[in-house]
Design a protein around this ligand. Structure first.
Ligand SMILES: [Zn+2]
Length: 308
């Protein structure tokens, strides 16, 4: 069975303040519930991660940045919710940062499990706008680089490739990876979106707003096999944002829910056909249907890759 990492505390609720952000703070739990309802997993099958610890965060983030997270003002900026300024730091830490450290721990766990089992999914994480010394775009902790750095330092992987198909550029991951010759990123993103300043990347693939699913899948299909063969990574971390969805309020790509299922199957299958382990994380997705898109995609992956 493909390991699925999840913790009930991934879901972000802060006395209604979460509704000031377009993000569905309960989508992780909805995906987990759907997988159970569909008979794909039992409640005890989900692997509960430990939160990312201070020394793990410090593998990537600067001490000044981690210290700045005690400030409600700094966090209000990163989370794009000005009302967070009025919350005391302990409440933010309990209701927002704690869940994010758990999700970051989930990405670390999913990467470890992927190396063992070939494929693992974290039903959260993918905070790809977080850089070493700053957060942004709702991303506080750079979970993917943290996980990669830990496993690299432990000698468990020599090279890693991030395949980032969230509609926004993974500028945080790219900025951290620029100093690491063993870490590469292939990134398909809508070119006029946040972040305004794009980071240089190994394999940047900007696409225009309005692009349909068949054209988009063509772009991925033309690039991914070649990049996998060139990099030959020991691990692919797949940042499977659902925001290229037609109907996502923050983007203008036109993928259907079925296109997104096909996309996730394509990425995981191309890597697994080469024997490359894949850790999938969920990243962005701001439509009310985001949870269902992920649930459908994970169902398709389990149908193809679960073995009794
Ligand atoms: Zn996004």
């Amino acid at each position: 069975m493909v390991p699925i990492v999840y913790h009930p505390r991934y879901n972000i609720t802060a006395f209604g303040l979460e509704r000031l952000h377009p993000f569905d703070g309960r989508k992780y739990g909805r995906i987990r519930d759907a997988l159970i309802q569909r008979g794909l997993r039992r409640p005890n099958d989900f692997i509960r991660p430990a939160p990312a610890r201070r020394y793990e965060l410090a593998k990537v983030h600067t001490p000044d940045y981690l210290g700045s997270l005690w400030s409600s003002n700094v966090l209000a900026g990163i989370l794009e919710v000005p009302a967070v300024r009025r919350l005391p730091w302990w409440l933010i830490d309990w209701r927002i940062l704690g869940p994010m450290r758990l999700a970051a721990g989930g990405t670390i766990e999913a990467c470890r499990l992927a190396l063992e089992h070939g494929l693992a999914v974290n039903l959260g994480g993918g905070f790809h706008h977080a850089a070493a010394d700053r957060g942004g775009g709702f991303c506080v902790y750079a979970d993917i680089p943290i996980a990669a750095r830990l496993l690299h330092d432990e000698g468990r992987l020599r090279t890693v490739l991030v395949v980032d198909l969230d509609a926004h550029q993974g500028n945080g991951v790219a900025s951290i990876f620029r100093g690491w010759i063993w870490a590469r990123i292939l990134d398909v993103y809508e070119h006029n979106l946040f972040p305004l300043h794009k980071e240089p990347e190994d394999y940047p693939l900007p696409v225009p707003p309005g692009m349909t699913g068949s054209d988009y899948l063509e772009v991925v299909h033309a690039a991914l096999p070649h990049v996998l063969d060139e990099v030959r990574p020991d691990l692919v971390v797949y940042n499977a944002g659902s925001d290229p969805f037609d109907g996502d309020p923050l983007t203008r790509l036109k993928l259907s829910a079925n296109d997104l299922v096909d996309r996730d199957l394509l990425v995981v299958t191309e890597a697994r056909d080469r024997g490359i382990p894949v850790a999938m994380v969920l990243s962005g997705g701001y439509s009310a249907l985001s949870w269902k898109i992920h649930a459908d995609a994970v169902e398709a992956l389990l149908t193809r890759f679960d073995r009794a």
